[in-house]
Design a protein around this ligand. Structure first.
Ligand code: WT7
Length: 662
């Protein structure tokens, strides 16, 4: 990777037209954040603006000086759904398309305008109300990429309920844990759906999860509202579409909507009322319910969407992220809708019916802004340029990447083959915790370096620290932290403010610590170097080593397990597991297969390990801590293991290499 390789930005007539204006605006946003954010908030609707003269952004990031907090626009009153839908209809934009819905099957298409979406949301909000959902109640949504997933989220926002969307690829165990953790009163799901050529019988997984919620946690949800979604359900389910149906609890989405009308008053919310919970992996294994609130999240989602994608009303925007992840929340739902944008909502896979599905969709809808992940780019690259060249992608002007560092080769392919050398690329660095982009190029302003997320967004001030917490000035590499919050930063971990403070603010008091490392080059560009904690990033899915190790250890044959990431050409990282088998068992292929299945079942298919290695002994320090650094070397076959003097037994290294999987 070369620090000196630079590509000029290509977006013409951009909102931020050059580097000097970015620098000026950024400096101003740091000098006087309140004025900057007040200006951005002006485009949104406030039932009641914040009291005049009161500071907009207040915070404390140092636990030794009291509770850590961030508050934005205290005293202001608004509603996120009202800003996403009603204002556009009131301003005469009701007939604009909110979503082009493209199903798994290319023939399964629909269009939803802002006015139509508002109607669907109001109706469904009334359904939730009818079943007792009130302000502050949690609703868990586990659905594929259908319009109703968005409808469910917005309906919650409309009535002040807190949604918790869980990716429809999690196992029943993971789901149960999340349903219970947020004390969901209602679960929204679909009966079954197609992902490529695979039928996912989601309702049955939900059924298992709800059973676990009752038996393991002795907790009961009130209702489960189910969208039929596909008409092949009957055959898929042995002819009886109600095979696992609980009459007292389960309801059909469509039937329920018929019992209510489509007028629903919004619930006016305080600026700091919670909007949603989204679970992210924690390094202790237990997922963290990241809490985002109303005004700050809304302003931040809306502002980052506008500047980072240089959004214009003539754009058609296509974000391939699933609604179950933060990208789906901020840049498929709230950011675009707050800007009255037209988006593509795609529920299939990039490989079905063929490997050119993304390119087909871009050409079909004349997409101008395309936002996807490095793992998708890499997997599509390997099919060759022909698939791309088959389609007219001349409508594209901005390409975005998110989820992990993008390697130079993928970046260059994205730019030249997909973008035909005519598009700016925005490599957007952020996290579930940050709510929106925090380090990213701006398409009209930032000269691009392939693989560098470049510079901070407005109001954001990154710092690099060394091991002692000292600030690294100029070029160097260290821990990536932030001196001050921005409006969209998470506020707490659900029911666990202590864990919130310990996770993000204990290591470097006074700073928000991302868990990532970064390098600053001689031009001030930031290059994210990846996680510095025991986290894994497989195909853009973040999980902790502890979570996977916990799943492996549940097998009766396993005494101990240690998991590391190994670089993978497509997935970014893949899981390489070391297991110590009990004296009563033997390691063999059958066991390895069982363990892989166990991880899939416990966590989800995306977490399935690539390799399981027999490890009669693990490399441990004298105090018994597993040295994953050494295991990473074994996994990649790198004999240069570094300092081993702190190992309790240095002989384990030879044994580990002898049992290594290719
Ligand atoms: C972690 C956050 C943000 C939405 C998707 C993932 C890594 C994310 C980049 C990027 C380098 C990146 C970081 C981060 N990451 N984007 N552009 N360059 N690394 O959200 O599951 O909360 O994961 O993804 O390691 O901490 P998430």
């Amino acid at each position: 990777m070369s620090d000196r390789e630079v590509f000029e930005p290509l977006a013409r007539g951009a909102l931020v037209p050059n580097l000097a204006s970015y620098r000026r605006l950024h400096a101003r946003s740091l000098e006087d954040p309140d004025t900057f954010w007040a200006e951005e908030a002006r485009n949104l609707h406030w039932k009641q603006p914040p009291p005049s003269g009161a500071p907009l952004l207040t915070y404390n990031l140092d636990p030794s000086r009291g509770q850590v907090f961030t508050r934005f626009m205290p005293g202001a009153i608004t509603n996120v759904c009202y800003n996403a839908l009603d204002i556009h209809v009131l301003r005469g934009n009701g007939d604009r398309v909110a979503y082009f819905c493209e199903g798994n099957d290319p023939k399964d298409v629909a269009t939803v305008t802002y006015k139509e979406l508002l109607g669907l949301v109001c109706r469904f909000a009334n359904v939730l109300k009818k079943h007792g959902i009130k302000k502050g109640d949690s609703v868990l949504i586990c659905m594929p990429m259908v319009t109703e997933a968005v409808v469910g989220m917005l309906a919650c926002a409309r009535i002040g309920a807190v949604h918790s969307v869980v990716f429809a690829g999690f196992s029943a165990d993971s789901l149960a844990e999340r349903i219970y953790d947020c004390r969901a009163k209602i679960v929204l799901t679909v009966f079954a759906f197609w992902r490529g050529t695979k039928l996912i019988e989601l309702k049955n997984i939900i059924e298992d999860a709800l059973h676990k919620v009752e038996t393991k946690y002795t907790y009961k949800i009130n209702k489960c509202i189910v969208l039929p979604h596909i008409n092949t359900v009957a055959t898929a389910n042995g002819g009886d579409p109600k095979a696992s149906w609980n009459n007292a609890r389960d309801l059909w989405w469509v039937d329920e909507c018929e019992t209510v009308d489509n007028f629903c008053q919004v619930e006016w919310m305080d600026a700091e009322d919670p909007l949603f919970i989204l679970y992210t992996s924690g390094s202790t294994g237990q997922p963290k319910g990241v809490v985002h609130t109303t005004a700050g999240y809304l302003v931040y989602a809306s502002t980052t969407f506008k500047y980072v994608f240089d959004y214009k009303p003539s754009d058609v925007y296509f974000c391939t992220a699933d609604v179950g992840w933060i990208t789906g929340h901020t840049y498929l739902v709230y950011g675009p809708l707050a800007n009255c944008a037209t988006s593509v909502l795609f529920s299939g896979t990039p490989f079905h019916p063929d490997n050119d599905r993304f390119w087909d969709i871009i050409a079909k809808y004349r997409v101008s802004i395309f936002y996807t992940a490095p793992t998708a780019i890499r997997s599509l690259m390997k099919f060759g340029d022909e698939y791309v060249k088959r389609h007219d992608l001349s409508s594209l002007r901005i390409l975005g990447s998110v989820g992990e560092p993008i390697n130079r080769e993928a970046w260059l392919w994205f730019r030249s083959v997909v973008g035909n050398n005519k598009c700016s690329i925005v490599d957007t660095y952020w996290q579930t915790e940050t709510g929106g982009h925090i380090i990213t190029p701006l398409p009209g302003a930032t000269p691009m370096k392939p693989g560098s997320a470049s510079f901070p967004f407005f109001g954001v001030e990154p710092t690099l620290l060394d091991d002692n917490g000292a600030i690294i000035k100029g070029p160097g590499e260290g821990y990536l932290v932030f001196k001050r919050p921005w409006p969209g930063i998470m506020r707490t971990i659900l029911n666990n403010h202590k864990r919130f403070q310990e996770t993000y603010f204990a290591k470097f008091p006074g700073y928000f610590f991302t868990g990532d490392g970064a390098r600053r080059d001689q031009d001030g560009y930031l290059w994210i170097t990846g996680r510095v904690d025991d986290m894994l990033n497989v195909s853009g899915h973040l999980m902790s080593t502890a979570q996977v190790e916990g799943a492996l250890a549940e097998h009766s044959a396993i005494a101990e397990a240690a998991v590391v990431a190994r670089p993978h050409p497509i997935k970014g990282e893949s899981l390489y597991c070391f297991v110590t088998v009990n004296k009563t068992h033997r390691f063999d292929n059958v066991l390895a297969q069982e363990l892989k299945k166990l991880v899939r079942d416990k966590i989800g298919a995306f977490a399935a390990p690539d390799e399981i290695q027999n490890a009669p002994n693990l490399p441990k320090t004298r105090s018994g801590k597993i040295m994953r650094r050494i295991l990473r070397k074994v996994a990649t076959g790198d004999r240069d293991v570094g300092d081993t003097s702190t190992l309790a037994d240095e002989n384990v290294i030879e044994e580990l290499f002898a049992n290594r999987r290719p």
